[in-house]
Design a protein around this ligand. Structure first.
Ligand code: SF4
Length: 440
């Protein structure tokens, strides 16, 4: 990108006055952020202030820079997206201590990645905007509206947390520190995840409840053994740049072209047909459904497949719902199947309602041990033991489904073998032999 020449700016603030309570630390921190920006003389369009909810979340409105305002605790996520899309921008997050709790995982992951954000934590030790509730940084013993007897929790050490997890620049201080503008400028210049934990006073809530003052901020830090000052510097690759570098070989490459399946056969089907295959995980239910779905496409039909299986993937049921249609399929749900193929008890246990909805004109094809099911549909038993070739457990689903579809007569038999050989794989030969056995 070409560098932009700008007229020196004496302020990055706009004319809107701050809305904060008298004495609130936000005034001072934002003024010092402004001083840092003046020192840096960045193009304001290339500075993005990212905020979320809370009194500090209002901050972006008072600057003549780019800005993004979003949901509570999510400012780091927006900032990460902005930095990934535009690594050349200076992205500055203004968040409260509330956000470090609500968005704690975002903070950790941004530090871990060492993405080039400057995070200013306006740490007033409580939730100001919502009524002075305790936050993750409220000191032990502090009185807040939710800890009237004194806070029992130890506060989060934000600095140690991000430093231990990969941040490149970590500083702790207060809104009263004279060095703050220089520290902010240094953090913005640093090519890393930089965090400044800036302690300050919430004069509406924390100050009256805890007699807090400029001095007590430092004594509290001391009593909690949370040191102020420049706490950590580390050199790790900056994530947005590293990401660009790693993706360079793919950059500008065309996306893989779609490979449409051209019809080669003709199906006699003249209406949508809904088929449910109910079996067990690991028994190739889904791959069988995919193969016959491709056979339907090769026969000029539209096809939709919807699978249901437990998150444990290799145990429990596996259900594939297929819709074949001569017209575009608008709805893929199946309340009453036209046909159902039952392969195992685990599968049957999941399709009771559909079986109950089926009518005498509908068909059920079942392996012998699951053929006794409560349904009005006509039940046909398919016994893989009758196959002319010996079938291992991994071939029973395909054998049974192809036998059933042959009987239903909606797909030309040539389409199955064509689907099995369309994309050669280590299973192609077995699939072709199984299809031949089922059609034989
Ligand atoms: S409520 Fe607290 S944090 Fe919010 S503006 Fe007032 S003093 Fe500042």
């Amino acid at each position: 990108m070409t560098a932009t020449t700008i007229t020196p700016l004496s302020t990055y603030r706009n004319e809107t006055p701050y809305p904060f309570c008298p004495g609130c630390g936000h005034h001072s921190i934002l003024d010092q952020l402004n001083a840092a920006l003046v020192a840096l003389q960045l193009d304001p369009r290339e500075v993005v202030l990212v905020t979320d909810i809370g009194c500090s979340g209002l901050s972006d409105q008072y600057f003549a820079t780019s800005a993004f305002h979003g949901l509570h605790g999510r400012s780091i996520t927006y900032a990460t997206g902005i930095k990934l899309a535009r690594p050349d921008l200076k992205v500055i997050v203004v968040m409260g201590d509330g956000g470090t709790g609500i968005g704690g995982a975002h903070l950790l992951n941004a530090a871990r990645r060492n993405i080039g954000l400057t995070v200013l934590v306006f740490n007033n030790l409580n939730f100001g905007m919502t009524g002075g509730q305790h936050s993750t940084t409220t000191p032990n013993g502090a009185i807040t509206s939710t800890t009237p007897g004194g806070n029992l929790e130890r506060p989060l050490d934000i600095c140690a947390t991000v430093a231990a997890n990969g941040a490149g620049f970590v500083w702790r201080g207060t809104s009263f520190d004279a060095e703050l503008p220089e520290r902010i400028a240094e953090a913005v210049r640093a090519d890393c995840f930089a965090l400044l934990d800036i302690w300050e006073l919430c004069t509406a809530y924390f100050v009256p409840s805890n007699h807090a003052s400029k001095k007590s901020l430092l004594t509290t830090m001391d009593s909690l053994r949370l040191e102020p000052g420049m706490l950590h510097r580390a050199e790790h690759p900056e994530y947005a740049k590293a990401y660009r570098e790693a993706s360079k070989p793919m950059s500008g490459q065309p996306l893989p072209a779609p490979q449409p399946i051209a019809p080669r056969f003709v199906s006699p089907l003249d209406r949508p047909f809904r088929l449910v295959v109910a079996g067990s995980a690991g028994a190739k239910v889904r791959s069988t459904a995919r193969l016959v779905g491709e056979a339907a496409l090769l026969s000029g039909l539209w096809a939709a497949q919807r699978d249901d299986y437990p998150i444990t993937v290799k145990t429990g049921h596996s259900i594939a719902e297929l819709v074949f249609s001569p017209r575009a399929i608008d709805y893929t749900g199946i309340t009453r199947p036209d046909a159902m193929i039952l392969l195992s008890k685990e599968g049957v246990s999941k399709v009771g309602r559909q079986l109950a909805a089926m009518q005498p004109t509908d068909r059920v094809f079942a392996l012998p041990d699951v053929a006794d099911v409560p349904t009005k549909a006509a039940v046909t038993i398919i016994d893989p033991a009758q196959s002319p070739v010996r079938l291992g457990a991994g071939r029973i689903a395909l054998y049974t489904v192809v036998r059933a579809l042959r009987e239903l007569g909606m797909l030309p038999v040539e389409a199955f073998e064509a689907a099995a050989t369309r994309r050669p794989s280590k299973h192609s030969d077995d699939n072709v032999a199984t299809i031949k056995a089922a059609l034989g």
